[in-house]
Design a protein around this ligand. Sequence first.
Ligand code: F0G
Length: 394
Amino acid sequence: MEYALRCIDCGKKFEKDELHTCPSCGGLLEVKIELESVRVDFKFDGINLRVWKYASLLPIKSKPVSLNEGGTPLFKTELVSSSRVYVKHEGMNPSGSFKDRGMTVGVTKAIELGKKAVACASTGNTSASMAMYAAKAGLKAYVLLPAGKVALGKVAQALMHGAKVIGIKSNFDVALELVRRISEEENFYLLNSVNPFRLEGQKTIAFEIVDELGYVPDKVILPVGNAGNISAIFKGFRELKELELIDTIPRMVGVQAEGASPVYRAFREGKTDITPEENPETVATAIRIGNPVNAKKALNAIYESDGLSVSVSDDEIIEAQKLLASKEGIGVEPASAASVAGLKKLEEMGEIQDNETIVCITTGHLLKDPETVVRVCGEPVEVEANLESIRKVL
Ligand code: F0G
């Protein structure tokens, strides 16, 4: 396969995989695959789903650092009675979030480039996933987190997989700025979603949806934080269309939390770039981001697919989390439930047509954030160890 890194602003192309931003204008880079050079060697037959099934569309030449990521379940639900709503549960990836799709590609690229260490800023899931893949690859891992604002399960993973975890007394946006500078100084390979190769892995969500459903859905709804995933999934669909493997692209719907909604606000005002928010706040700590680095790509994905962006309150997020868990048996963390809260919002807005097929992406597993669960559901009741006491509370 032939590819180059292409700047989404000035259009210049570079054949230098270690770049993260355009050396000429500072714009975001994307992997531009010369699709005529690709020999697609997979079939959309609904079997053997996983990230590396689609290797012929991934810009990697070496043996992948893999933990069998991808192949996540697509559940048919009863969330909206008039249409077919599926939930693609990315929380079923090895580290419990969609980030593993990006990390298998990103960490393999780090090895190809001869890097000895990887680094990221994170609201939690990126760090958990990076630490896991770095461990598998034998690389050092450095993580910057907003202190006190990351769900416990995620910190536990990063620590146990052997990353050096540093909490900074600020938010994610500042952590990202700092890790970009330190990575340059120390020659760490940066694995935030500003890294275009990470997004290549994440585009396989689009491939799997088509593979599993056997057709293209009308809408794909997902939470937006640093805005990488929506950009990646859109790119996946766009490549399939350019390859004439599909005829249409779903409308991409980006859901943000009310307290951290720069992409939503830009969309509402018809803008192609955001005004950053200084103090983002939401119960969905995974998407507590005020200055999403991939905002331009995400807005482009939304506009080009005739999509939408909506914002949802923390109460709506928790309500959706409880609904998914108690009615569908799908356990997700708050940020993931934003996709279903967004689905409900679209329903209220009259934006769902009868007989549509909609896929909501739930990005992370319930077990990631046990503290929020205890806050919203309460602690289990405790009683004396005899039947009488148990009967009383049944
Ligand atoms: N859902 C979950 C569970 C996440 O962890 C994230 C991002 C998102 C959604 C948003 O995805 O950033 O591609 O728009 N988490 C990052 C992290 C920021 O550090 O783990 P996005």
